[in-house]
Write a protein that binds this ligand. Sequence first.
Ligand SMILES: Cc1cc2nc3c(=O)[nH]c(=O)nc-3n(C[C@H](O)[C@H](O)[C@H](O)COP(=O)(O)OP(=O)(O)OC[C@H]3O[C@@H](n4cnc5c(N)ncnc54)[C@H](O)[C@@H]3O)c2cc1C
Length: 408
Amino acid sequence: MAEFTMELNDEQKEVRDWLHGFAADVIRPAAAEWDEREETPWPIIQEAAKVGIYSLDFYAQQYFDATGLGIPMAMEELFWGDAGIALSIVGTGLAAVGVLANGTEEQIGTWIPQMYGDVNDVKVAAFCSSEPDAGSDVASMRTRAVYDEAKDEWVINGTKTWATNGGIANVHVVVAVVDPELGSKGHASFIVPPNTPGLAQGQKFKKHGIRASHTAEVILDNVRVPGSCLLGGKEKLDQRLARAREKAKKGGERVKNAAMATFEASRPAVAAMAVGTARAAYEVALDYAQTREQFGRPIIDNQGVAFQLADMRTSIDAARLLTWRASWMAINGKPFTAAEGSMSKLFASETAKKVTAQAIQILGGNGYTREYPVERMHRDAAIYTIFEGTSEIQRLVIARTLSGMPIR
Ligand SMILES: Cc1cc2nc3c(=O)[nH]c(=O)nc-3n(C[C@H](O)[C@H](O)[C@H](O)COP(=O)(O)OP(=O)(O)OC[C@H]3O[C@@H](n4cnc5c(N)ncnc54)[C@H](O)[C@@H]3O)c2cc1C
């Protein structure tokens, strides 16, 4: 186990500075343009691929960093640059993690390279779980996958929504119901390979923020995928379903859900994105407060402004510490006995929303215009309290974990 330290090691500092350079020189200058265009920033993804940031190797290196800080540090820097563009860069990694976590070695080797494409022909991937009637309530998912034994194929039907990169992805990872009796334990994940007939993009959403990131519905109409596209394979699925049925028969026994543990480990990554956006807005506000003069002195000379900045920075640092703690716990296999991953996501996302609003206030009229980046950062920040589990769902998870009670 790595020794406790509050400092990044030399290698991490080097990676952080390199990422910061890319965020400052490539991402930030392009942010306003792609926010207005509301399109996937393919040229920026390609730039990221050229320097090695858009690749499984990079993602895996950060993921397996023994201190646990690789991913939060990388997310913070990229999202400091711009949230919409950064999500376009890391969105594929989020889908790839689904395959890494549940796929066989063969599936990982076959599909992950196709998710990224190559430097001259970059591709993206999508993870499709949410549905119009199944957002927070994942168990009410309706997309159905039925096994056609004669052909060794799965037939998938349903409508997914809110899919980041949905419809434009080369590879879609789709979660579907294989046993409706078992609720969320009767779900399985499938790879839908490139150009599979029956998969189509539905409406593309026009969003409040993170507008450079593509979000759309995905329609699955008699989509047939080979048996080999079931993540983890049929044998493992059958064993898992048999165990779940056995437990269901015993009656209502509360089973520790492996998916919950996975969420606790992945939520700090979203928390770190929020820290990046909050820090970006705080820095703009600090700089502005030191240079903008009213009543013959910089506005930061007023406690009313200076104290806001003090509070902003304190919350951001607290959010980062919660995020690093949860990431450290995840890599060291510590049990999340107080839902520390959810705690980090809850606090960091609420901090990002608040701090970006404060930044607008400190910039006054300028803060409210698109001449300055803080209004965009505030629009972007609103996503963090919604995706990967809303703030209310984080509170539910924390409260249930603390009390052991089925709080609703
Ligand atoms: C830009 C964007 C990108 C996304 N990307 C993806 C993606 O790539 N893949 C994917 O699968 N999904 C994605 N999502 C979906 C996202 O995870 C869901 O929007 C989120 O889980 C909330 O679901 P919902 O929108 O249906 O809201 P609902 O579940 O309908 O919630 C509405 C409100 O009710 C509250 N609420 C619901 N239940 C409770 C409760 N029990 N107690 C208290 N309050 C409650 C919620 O907190 C919320 O405030 C994305 C969403 C957005 C907006």
